[in-house]
Write a protein that binds this ligand. Structure first.
Ligand code: FES
Ligand SMILES: [Fe+2]
Length: 349
């Protein structure tokens, strides 16, 4: 069966903006999120905020300015803005000149720090941010004290190809072929049970496959993998009394640039000691995915018809169905009807 992959970026949802540790108190930084120039900051009290990174006077990014932990001063004419985006001072105005500072406002975006990561709500309409916002994706069993490692990579593709690559089981033995993860020889038939879950689906808790070597370090383990729109994957591993949780987020910076954050939380002390050894493996794994996406783009540039086949591509198909349903349910002002069935998928990897 063929299927064109269209790449609409969903809005009115939270997107991972940056790991919290990369934004210090009193720091601001500018970055693109979904094509929007965004200023991210952390004030003197440690609170995070996000606003459009454009000065309303002449349009220069405010991130070129300075921040004292309370106010941002534009580098061009020194207009000052508080962390809510309100203008507080225009140096060129004489005390006798009447001007309503209340007219000068930078668009502010909802911003939250959850479990060590900073998320920004990207609204459909920047001037009509919904009063009640959805929940930021939440990981059970862990908190900021378990935050152990984060790696970031830039994927040169659309959000849809990045997500489909993330959930695709069939590339493992080819893209991630290595003694410590998969060998081609070890490929065998697998059967995985799936269930619908919040705005997505879950590969229900199971013993990891016998050819997933990396799990073997942790003894008896079980894992559950949950995907949630727009682009969050949470793998929750139970190893005895311990937990290892991988959070993978994909954030479109522009139409053809997706930032991947791979965050790990764990409760195993020896793993913390082994972090310098573990990190290069994580890095390699991510780079393998990035490199294959890079090569894939050479073909996608000619806009070919693509295929989705049988069970191995079912999660990719669900992703598109979930997206469609979210858009439709919003347009029809009705509850979201999860299109994913309870089912078992089989493939050879
Ligand atoms: S452009 Fe920012 S103060 Fe003039
Ligand atoms: Fe992969």
């Amino acid at each position: 069966m063929t299927s064109a992959i269209e790449s609409e970026i969903l809005r009115d949802l939270w997107y991972m903006a940056i790991p919290g540790q990369r934004l210090k108190r009193g720091q601001i930084l500018g970055k693109k999120l979904l094509g929007v120039s965004m200023l991210l900051g952390r004030d003197a009290n440690g609170e995070v905020f996000a606003m459009r990174d454009i000065c309303p006077h002449r349009g220069i990014p405010l991130s070129h300015g300075t921040f004292d932990g309370r106010e941002i001063e534009c580098c061009y004419h020194g207009w000052r803005f508080n962390c809510s985006g309100a203008c507080t001072h225009i140096p060129s105005l004489l005390p006798t000149q009447k001007f309503d500072l209340g007219r000068v406002l930078v668009d502010r975006f909802p911003c939250r720090e959850v479990q060590g990561n900073i998320w920004v709500f990207m609204p459909e309409d920047e001037h009509a941010i919904p009063e009640s916002l959805p929940e930021v994706p939440f990981i059970p069993d862990v908190d900021e004290s378990h935050y152990r490692m984060v790696e970031t990579s830039l994927f040169p593709c659309s959000i849809d190809h990045a997500v489909v690559g993330l959930m695709d089981p069939a590339h493992g033995p080819y893209v991630h072929r290595s003694w410590w993860w998969r060998t081609k020889k070890s490929m065998h038939q697998k059967s995985k049970e799936f269930a619908p879950s919040h705005r997505g689906f879950t590969m229900v808790r199971h013993k990891p496959s016998s050819n997933s070597s990396a799990y073997k370090f942790f003894g008896e383990t079980s894992t559950e993998i949950r995907f949630e729109l727009p682009s969050t994957r949470i793998e929750h591993i139970i190893a005895g009394n311990h937990r290892i949780v991988g959070l993978t987020t994909l954030t479109p910076l522009t139409d053809m640039e997706v930032e991947l954050h791979q965050v790990f939380y764990w409760t195993i002390p020896w793993l913390t000691l082994a972090r310098p050894i573990v990190r290069p493996f994580v890095r390699t794994f991510i780079e393998q995915d990035r490199d294959v996406v890079d090569k894939q783009q050479q073909g996608l540039n000619e806009d070919p018809q693509l295929m989705m086949i049988n069970d191995a591509d079912k999660p990719a198909r669900w992703y598109h169905q979930l997206k469609k349903e979210l858009v439709l349910s919003r347009a029809e002002h009705r509850p979201f009807n999860n299109p994913v069935p309870h089912t078992t998928l089989q493939w050879c990897t």
